[in-house]
Design a protein around this ligand. Structure first.
Ligand SMILES: [Zn+2]
Length: 535
């Protein structure tokens, strides 16, 4: 299991008293689902190190002293006047008392809590205002040329930032529009330029002020380097877009080692987490907000989705097609391995089971997962659509013992998930509804004869099991020389009004016997009787 491999490597190469794991995000608008991969990955690292009795602090920083640099489509146009202002100083778009940054940050925090991640949250605006960055700002101002030289050298670009420090304009409050023009060891002189950036307009003010205690912030790559040192970070992964040659991570790494004299935290370059699929494109190409993921998948499955693949493997989640039933099956296999229920026949199978058990360990959202009976998701979805079936009783029959409380909780969760899935992402072949009256469908003569003979066959035998019906249907179709498609579609058309459906024998066996006989008779003769409703 890949988390265990990294944990071992961290313990071997970074002997420290306490590991500090850090992740961060700029709360510049609705935070998209892709950012959850980092939180889950870092939470797994914290969990893995703790399990090795290694003290761990897990931090998540909201970079809310970053300037508001673009207005999301969902935010009112009047917010354009805040462009360039630190996110912590922009009001909440919902009119509440919190800042813009908190509005989006807290919503993201709620999502990861449901996924079982519990980092300690910090806000860079508070760190700046309380003086936490003062020493780093002093160093950055004293050694500005050196920092910018490193930036140019590593990035290979002359287009690097002009200065490592950005000042808050005392006249208009913007931070994204200012340029430092001097530093005397106590105060910086600066200009708030109308044309410094394209996305905000500075007010033209020239001034001098203290850069400390919130008067300025570090430019983003210098800030990243400074945070590593200030927070004593020892482990921090980043999305692969930051990890390119000459990219932001390499630049921050050179700065922290050459200027701040601190070792770059153990890096984990991870792949993207994308959400695809037709139904996902409704939000104007801006990606799926993280909060939406837990409306598609229960938290355990959402976390499993991110834990199961290797961190260097891209996740492209498309909730349509077979994705959700397949994910559920894999989750169940992992659960089985975790509780010790899976049996290996070969060493390779034993490895796979061990890997699955560890995957489940890291996928849990809260503590020990109770042992429980887990009916296949696809089966739950199927049974729920059968008009006369009691799903709990079916589960009890399959388990061969009464359901425990934990079994029942799990089954109800699956039923909720199945209901939601059938309404949204389930492909047509999973969706069906038994018609209360004989549907108006075209059946040819051979199909009518087949259905009539099937009714006779069923009437002559008292047995009523899925398997037995399955065999009878096959025997009859062979006897009549009917191609399978023609035979089965006759059954589906008669009961569902469409040419495909679930396995016919088990499907019919789950229905009321008299109802089936009446319907087969009606379909064979083409005459609708009275009182043929589903019971
Ligand atoms: Zn200004």
């Amino acid at each position: 299991m890949w988390v265990d491999v990294i944990v071992e490597d961290v313990l071997r190469t970074r002997p420290v008293d306490t590991h500090v794991i850090n992740d961060a995000k700029s709360p510049s608008g609705p935070i998209h689902v892709g950012s959850l991969r980092g939180v889950v990955l870092h939470d797994c690292m914290a969990r893995g190190l703790l399990a090795k009795n290694q003290p761990v602090t897990f931090l998540f920083g909201f970079d809310d002293y970053d300037p508001f640099d673009s207005r999301p489509a969902t935010v009112p146009a009047e917010f354009d006047r805040y462009l360039g202002v630190p996110l912590s100083e922009v009001p909440s778009p919902d009119g509440g008392g919190e800042s813009y940054a908190r509005h989006y940050g807290l919503s993201f925090e709620n999502v990861w809590k449901t996924l079982g991640a519990h980092p300690h949250v910090y806000w860079t605006s508070e760190m700046y205002k309380s003086g936490g960055f003062n020493d780093a700002i002093q160093v950055a101002l004293d050694r500005a040329d050196e920092l910018m030289q490193i930036d140019r050298e590593i990035s290979g670009s002359q287009k690097a930032e002009r200065h490592p420090v950005q000042v808050v304009c005392e006249s208009c409050g913007r931070i994204g529009t200012t340029v430092v023009t001097g530093w005397d060891g106590r105060q910086v002189s600066y200009e708030c330029r109308p044309d410094k950036v394209t996305w905000a307009r500075g007010c033209g003010h020239h001034g001098r002020r203290s850069p400390f205690d919130g008067g300025s912030k570090l430019q983003y790559i210098v800030e990243w380097a400074a945070k590593w040192k200030i927070l004593h970070v020892t482990v921090e992964g980043a999305g692969k877009d930051h990890m390119t040659k000459g990219g932001s991570h390499e630049r921050a790494s050179a700065m922290v080692e050459r200027v701040f004299n601190y070792r770059t935290p153990y890096p984990i370059p991870y792949e993207f987490f994308l959400v695809g699929g037709r139904r996902m494109s409704t939000s104007k190409g801006v990606g799926l907000p993280a909060a939406e993921l837990v409306n598609i998948l229960r938290p355990e499955l959402a976390r499993f989705l991110m834990v199961r693949p290797h961190y260097r493997q891209q996740i492209n989640f498309d909730p349509g097609g077979e994705t959700i039933p397949t994910l559920y099956d894999e989750y169940d296999r992992a659960a089985e391995a975790y509780v010790g229920g899976a049996q290996a026949k070969t060493p390779a199978e034993a490895d796979l089971i061990r890997d699955n058990a560890r995957t489940f360990f890291y996928s849990r959202t809260n503590g020990e997962q109770p042992r429980c009976f887990r009916m296949r998701f696809a089966k739950v979805a199927y049974l729920m659509q059968m008009p006369t079936v009691d799903v709990e009783r079916e589960a009890e029959r399959e388990k061969g013992a009464p359901l425990t409380d934990a079994d029942r909780v799990e089954l109800r969760q699956r039923m909720n998930d199945a209901r939601r899935w059938l309404q949204t992402y389930a492909p047509d072949q999973y969706r069906f509804q038994v018609q209360s009256r004989l549907p108006d469908v075209p059946l040819d003569d051979a199909q009518r004869v087949f259905l009539g003979r099937l009714a006779e066959m069923i009437r002559g035998r008292p047995a009523w099991s899925g398997e037995e019906l399955h065999e009878q249907i096959h025997a009859l179709k062979n006897q009549l020389g009917l191609p399978p498609k023609q035979a089965f579609s006759a059954i589906y058309l008669a009961f569902l009004g469409k040419p495909s459906g679930p396995q016919a024998g088990w499907f019919l066996a789950a229905l009321d016997r008299d109802f089936v006989l009446t319907r087969l008779g009606e379909a064979a003769t083409g005459v609708r009787g009275q009182g043929s409703g589903v019971r």
